[in-house]
Design a binder for this molecule. Structure first.
Ligand code: FAD
Ligand code: FES
Ligand code: MG
Length: 282
């Protein structure tokens, strides 16, 4: 259990992007699109949430894809095929509400493309027309393009530096689609909080319902610690048990972004220690 069966390095330079296929038959069987796991790399390590980006019930495996942004993701990235993840809990969070909406635009920014993938697949399987917009800083770090082509009727790509697809942001593409008169019944946005905020600003005037999958700081993942709280429609919600998806037009993104930055000093110290030693990984 929790053994890493495959390791893929999507992007080697810091911050590296890696993907693991992990043996976890129970989670592989039970999870639904939109759910996540919480893991620890070592006994004294912190807990971090990662989305289940793919799974294989026959093999009893789940996929997790992560960017090495700090101490714990760096420690995780040092594990190799055959190693075990110390502990892995899930599936957590509410599954995405899947029904036949009509035309759905799935927007994934950066590593946010990985969490969008199972949602796009479930929406397509329910008879929706799925148009995906995938955004990356540059062509080399674009992930899951092939998988998204399989689960979408159409894929549009944007890069910030113009090395692939449209030169610009996912919001430029979305704006153009809306202005062209395309009837869009739902937008799903997953990516950096600023991207989700901007997507919601684009869709709000047109009253296009937009799900944003929030990536707040989490500790227990079961609604007890309050670390993941956000304000949605003026009310306090816990992302781990009430989400992670919410009506993006109701989310206070500025408050959420401020809360995400509250431990940057401590995280910087932990990252530096991790860069100098093994980070608890042999
Ligand atoms: P740190 O240096 O400790 O933190 C870097 C930044 O990450 C912080 O400034 C803060 O904004 C955020 N962060 C720190 N600790 C946590 C924490 N315990 N929980 C959440 N965010 C934290 N990332 C991926 O790469 N792939 C995914 O599939 C993915 N799915 C996620 C699903 C959910 C539901 C949530 C809430 C987050 C998800 N994240 C995902 C973000 C991931 O959890 C953070 O990048 C990770 O926790 C950073 O930890 P660190 O120690 O490496 O970095
Ligand atoms: Fe503790 Fe959500 S992570 S309440
Ligand atoms: Mg950390």
């Amino acid at each position: 259990m929790n053994e890493i069966r495959e390791k893929k390095v999507w992007w080697p330079d810091p911050p590296a992007i890696k993907e693991f296929v992990v043996k976890s038959p129970w989670i592989a069987e039970k999870h639904r699109a939109g759910q996540f796991v919480i893991l620890r790399v070592s006994d004294n390590g912190e807990r971090i949430p990662l989305t289940i980006s793919d799974s294989n019930i026959e093999d009893g495996t789940i996929n997790i894809l992560f960017q090495e942004v700090g101490a714990t993701t760096m420690a995780l990235g040092r594990l190799n095929e055959g190693d075990k993840i110390n502990d892995l809990t899930g599936p957590l969070g509410r599954p995405t509400h899947i029904e036949k909406y009509g035309t759905v635009v799935c927007v994934g920014g950066g590593i946010g493309v990985a969490p969008v993938h199972p949602i796009a697949r479930a929406l397509k399987a329910s008879g929706n027309r799925v148009i995906s917009i995938l955004g990356a800083r540059t062509r080399g770090i674009l992930i899951y393009e092939d998988l998204m082509r399989k689960t979408s009727d159409e894929v549009r790509i944007t890069t910030d530096d113009g090395t692939y697809g449209r030169h610009g942001f996912v919001t430029d593409e979305l704006k153009e689609m809306i202005k062209s008169g395309m009837k869009i019944d739902l937008v799903v946005a997953i990516g950096p909080p600023i991207m989700m905020k901007m997507v919601c600003k684009v869709t709000e005037p047109y009253k296009i319902f937009t799900y944003a999958s929030l990536n707040t700081i989490m500790v227990d993942g079961t609604g007890m610690c309050g670390a993941c709280r956000v304000t949605v429609g003026g009310k306090t919600k816990f992302v781990c048990v009430d989400g992670p998806e919410f009506d993006g037009h109701q989310v206070d993104f500025d408050e959420m972004m401020a809360r995400l930055r509250q431990y940057v000093e401590e995280e910087k110290i932990a990252r530096e220690i991790c860069q100098k030693n093994t980070c608890g990984v042999k």
